[in-house]
Design a protein around this ligand. Structure first.
Ligand code: SUG
Length: 416
């Protein structure tokens, strides 16, 4: 088949809940304490995967990580006197947002001609910082063929790294050499800038990128302060197209110039704040979309349904489609359970350009695997979790057994 873009979605874990753990993520804060619906959440995610596979695209998935994380509970000596957020951290299903699993540099971009993956240390948030060692195990399994892949350790946690959510790749076609754009934060008002510049630069060096084809850009502090805790909340790239809000970067025109210098074919589709304010962009997650090249060569934007609910955002989409731009379709999908924790369609996937034949097939979706996953979720995922349920031994057993059933279904015993 050759090199192609494969989207690896995170299967929503059976402990999915709303604990309000992410400072600077407005959806997470505003849904704190709500009941969650893990079964519905996982089925929504699976439906998105099936939808994109139905468009003729290669689709993979990663498995939920082991939760509750007994090791974390022990290291923090969590007991009845401990702050509730510490307990909740060990129960978080946040690994579903695989855009934060790793940064990926495809083979045509790297010095040794292999696809390089660095798990993100996610060190700014406790509930996310526990992810990377288990994520790495999974990456090493999925991309075990060292002739084609190199899986690194995360970089040291004092340099915050949030992975592909702050990384974009521009290219003439996915199998051609690309230009990789790393977006870091310096300030974010009262919210943390989770991606540090030196982390981005370290990842680029680890991956052996040509300095002439790696661009480093500062995210707009105003965007972080408005709730864009990752760059993929305000911009997304695919092929030659950068789809971005007018206020995504600290120096918007400087950013376009630096990218264009490295990648002259750049096409910018900029959404002006006069049409869609930063607030509307963040509430609707217009930019947390999957910008996909379809088999016929045209581009489609897979957006959350919340975009259709917002008249200014939807009006802008209709105007764009009526014009002659590179994005020819806008397709809403229902990922509302994930959205309520600040995770849109783009958060739920990690893009890996690779030949599917070189990937462990147990991580690649097919109709029959989708059916099997669906049955497993329907049979084992809890229907509802109230935040007060976290910590219950009975729920812990349900959550652990649900994950083990999925491993069994997919023949992934190594992750048990
Ligand atoms: O890290 N939410 C995630 C959402 C990640 C979205 N990813 C991208 N933009 N690529 C986060 O803030 C909420 C969990 C809670 O509050 O319980 C959470 O972790």
């Amino acid at each position: 088949m050759g090199l192609t873009e494969i989207n690896f979605d995170g299967i929503v874990g059976p402990s999915h809940n709303y604990a309000g753990l992410s400072l600077g993520n407005l959806a997470s804060a505003s849904h704190k304490g709500d009941p969650s619906y893990p079964r519905a959440a996982a089925l929504q995610g699976l439906a998105k995967m099936r939808h994109n596979m139905g468009l003729g695209l290669a689709q993979g998935y990663f498995l939920p990580l082991p939760r509750p994380n007994g090791d974390l509970l022990a290291r923090l000596a969590v007991d009845d006197t401990a702050e509730r957020a510490l307990l909740a951290a060990a129960w978080s299903a946040s690994s579903m947002w695989t855009a934060n699993a790793a940064t990926v540099s495809p083979a045509p971009d790297t010095a040794d001609g292999r696809c390089h993956l660095t798990p993100a240390n996610l060190s700014t948030m406790l509930h996310r910082a526990q992810e990377w060692p288990d994520t790495k195990r999974q990456l090493e399994l999925a991309f075990a063929d060292t002739r084609h892949f190199a899986v690194h350790d995360a970089i040291p946690g004092s340099l915050g790294d949030e992975g592909a959510a702050n990384h974009m790749r521009l290219c003439e076609s996915h199998d051609a050499p690309g230009v990789e754009v790393f977006v870091y934060g310096r300030q974010g008002g009262e919210f943390p800038a989770r991606q540090h510049e030196q982390a981005s630069r370290a990842v680029a060096r680890l991956h052996g990128l040509d300095p002439a084809r790696a661009v480093f850009i500062e995210q707009n502090p105003a965007a972080i302060a408005a709730g864009a805790f990752h760059n993929d909340v305000v911009s997304v790239a695919n092929g030659t197209v950068l789809f971005t809000h007018e206020f995504a970067f600290a120096d918007q025109h400087g950013a376009y110039e630096s990218i264009r210098k490295a990648f002259p074919a750049l096409e910018v589709v900029e959404v002006p704040a006069s049409a869609v304010s930063l607030e509307d962009a963040i509430r609707s997650y217009l930019f947390n979309a999957q910008l996909l090249t379809l088999p016929d060569g045209s581009m489609a934007l897979i957006v959350p349904e919340e975009c259709r609910d917002n008249p200014r955002v939807w009006g802008w989409c209709e105007l764009m489609l009526a014009g002659n731009g590179p994005i020819r379709q806008v397709i809403p999908v229902d990922v509302r359970q994930s959205m309520a924790n600040g995770g849109g369609p783009a958060c739920l996937r990690l893009r890996v350009v690779a030949d599917p034949a070189t990937v462990d097939p147990r991580f690649l979706l097919s109709e029959s695997r989708a059916d099997a996953i669906e049955q497993c979720i329907a049979a084992h995922w809890p229907e509802q979790i109230d935040p007060a349920d976290l910590g219950s031994p009975a729920l812990a057993a349900t959550v652990r057994d649900a994950r083990l059933s999925l491993l069994e279904t997919l023949g992934l015993h190594e992750l048990g």
